[in-house]
Design a protein around this ligand. Structure first.
Ligand SMILES: Cc1cc2nc3c(=O)[nH]c(=O)nc-3n(C[C@H](O)[C@H](O)[C@H](O)COP(=O)(O)OP(=O)(O)OC[C@H]3O[C@@H](n4cnc5c(N)ncnc54)[C@H](O)[C@@H]3O)c2cc1C
Length: 302
């Protein structure tokens, strides 16, 4: 009888990819496997090390909800009760501020310096107007990320981040990695997330007219608190409106507030839009136009 000899496969590297491949090949009885790992321990950058008897992870050990069901089943079988469901509270330190990670537009707008928010908003506008495809090399890691996430977020955050993780400059990394990042975190998707929060985040909740010379604007200070900083400029918000903006609104139930045109969303995301060039007109019931602001200032005595 002729016996077919199983091949022998050698896998370089005992990180998740190498160990996963070895596990699958062995489980399916396709070959005998040898994993060669240069370090003393397996796990790669998803591994852990021990300090004074405590296991410390190199990075977080979190599975994305989109994890392939077959891989998830294998991990559940291998890890048993050690695989747990936990809420995610990712935070990163950016410009000396703690902000949510993955990035959230509200955090970017409210916790980071005004100049950062403005540059990010300009990037978003450029992208939506189709300017970015022409200016970035979409065959490189740096170009794909910059065209998807915008120059500000890349240069301030992603490029230093990937350099820290891979020890490589963005120009040296494969664009495949960038396509994955961009599809998960593009500015368009961040905006989509806001719009999908509930029905109210698809509608305006606030339109605030603030003169360009407002005390907050004149102070030239950043308070890192949206309730103060938003008053440096005219702003609009998607989502919840405040009841006291309506006459007798504070006495209204949520249903009455909605019926009166109020917005009951669970979220409220501000966008600062004012400038020293802004003109605002009101249109009266009879169609006449009444100037309200000229060059960022009230057009009448207040
Ligand atoms: C801070 C941080 C947090 C992270 N958090 C998460 C998370 O929550 N969830 C998630 O899914 N992913 C996370 N990741 C990403 C995840 O760790 C990686 O995607 C994963 O480790 C990649 O696995 P890999 O096997 O391809 O590579 P690696 O983990 O890099 O493993 C490669 C292995 O190959 C070995 N090796 C390399 N060259 C040789 C050689 N010539 N000979 C022998 N051995 C060699 C290395 O020593 C290493 O052990 C995180 C990463 C970091 C840095």
């Amino acid at each position: 009888m002729h016996m077919v000899k199983k091949p022998h496969v050698v896998i370089l590297g005992g990180g998740p990819a190498g160990l996963g491949a070895a596990y699958q090949v062995t489980k399916k009885n396709l070959a005998s496997v040898t994993v060669i790992e240069q370090e003393n321990d397996v796990g790669g950058i998803a591994g852990s090390f021990n300090i004074c008897g405590i296991n410390v992870d190199y990075g977080s050990h979190r599975l994305h909800p989109a994890c392939d069901p077959e891989i998830l089943r294998d991990l559940q079988m291998l890890l048993g009760n050690e695989l747990m469901e936990r809420p995610r509270h990712g935070r990163i330190r950016l410009r000396n501020r703690w902000i949510h990670f993955p990035l959230k537009p509200f955090d970017l707008a409210s916790k980071l310096p005004f100049s950062f928010s403005i540059s990010t908003a300009i990037d978003l506008a450029r992208k939506n107007l189709g300017f970015t495809q022409k200016t970035f090399d979409t065959e490189s890691f740096a170009g794909v990320l910059e065209s998807g996430l915008g120059r500000t977020i890349c240069r301030e955050f992603y490029f230093p981040y990937v350099h820290k993780i891979w020890g490589l400059l963005p120009e040296e990394i494969s664009p495949t990695q960038a396509h994955r990042r961009v599809s998960a975190n593009s500015l368009k998707k961040m905006l989509q997330k806001i719009l999908e929060t509930d029905e109210g985040t698809r509608r305006l909740g606030e339109v605030a007219l603030v003169p360009h010379s407002s005390p907050i604007s004149q102070s030239g200070l950043l308070f890192y608190n949206i309730l103060l900083d938003e008053n440096a400029s005219c702003h609009i918000a998607l989502g919840r409106g405040l009841k006291f903006w309506l006459k007798n609104g504070e006495q209204m139930s949520d249903e009455e507030f909605s019926a009166a045109g109020g917005n009951n969303s669970i979220d409220h995301v501000d966008f600062m839009i004012g400038s020293s060039e802004m003109n605002v007109d009101g249109i009266l019931e009879n169609g006449n136009i009444e100037p309200i602001m000229r060059k960022g200032e009230w057009a009448f005595e207040v």
